[in-house]
Design a protein. Structure first.
Length: 236
């Protein structure tokens, strides 16, 4: 089996919603566990109190922490986070995981523990993916602030109809930054684009070529399957 045919290890995207006052505590946890590529997003609930409560939210300021991990470590991390932040108590927050169906090849190598020489050979917009049975996919791109328009131009050229931009902040380990020989700025933009699974790889490659890790945008691109979708037009 050639390198281009090697299927990536199963990855999960973990989403943790906590009190904003616990953000520093979360950063300490991530450093302790040596988790790379994690992002903090400020959030605030606006729905009715009963709905917010069911989602683990309330009207206080919240932080959403997003990071990737191997599937086999997910249960342990969920358990550790639940205990550390008392997520078993109503209103303290929530944690959930999403399957990752596609990822920039260079980022996959970092998660696997690759070396610098291997990184350089992959920083050309390659994408690793696994077989999906869903009709739609959500492509999530984390890029340096100010590059969302460049990304969307590339995405539209590849057939995307539109996307959503969210401001975020990178919280990383110095070793992981030096590993690539690039400087990752703290302020980030997360661009979310829904596409048909059929067009996912083509779109991810287009985004990676214009805003990937080897560009000034220093983008990290992944995809997750979407089980239900409405109001979306499949690109022709």
């Amino acid at each position: 089996m050639s390198d281009s045919q090697v299927r990536p290890p199963e990855l999960k995207l973990l989403m943790v919603v906590i009190e904003q006052s616990d953000t520093s505590k979360m950063e300490d946890f991530l450093k302790e566990k040596q988790i790379r590529f994690h992002y903090m997003i400020s959030a605030k609930g606006t729905a009715r109190g009963d709905i917010l409560s069911s989602l683990g939210l309330n009207k206080s300021e919240k932080t959403i922490c997003a990071f990737m991990t191997r599937a086999e470590t997910t249960s342990t991390l969920v358990s550790s986070l639940t205990d550390r932040f008392s997520l078993y108590k109503p209103g303290n927050g929530i944690i959930y995981s999403l399957p990752v169906s596609g990822i920039s090849a260079v980022v996959l190598e970092l998660i696997k523990g690759g070396n610098n020489e291997r990184m350089e050979s992959l920083m050309e917009g390659n994408v690793k993916e696994k077989k999906e049975e869903t009709t739609y996919s959500l492509i999530i791109s984390v890029i340096n602030q100010g590059y969302s328009e460049i990304l969307m131009d590339a995405a539209r050229f590849a057939g995307a109809r539109g996307g959503t931009v969210i401001n975020a902040r990178h919280v990383g380990i110095e070793d992981s930054v030096k590993f690539f020989g690039v400087t990752l700025q703290a302020e980030k933009e997360i661009v979310a684009i829904v596409t048909s699974t059929e067009h996912k790889t083509e779109l991810m490659k287009a985004i990676s070529q214009e805003c990937g890790l080897n560009t000034d945008a220093h983008g990290i691109i992944i995809s997750v399957p979407v089980e239900n979708c409405a109001g979306f037009e499949i690109p022709k």
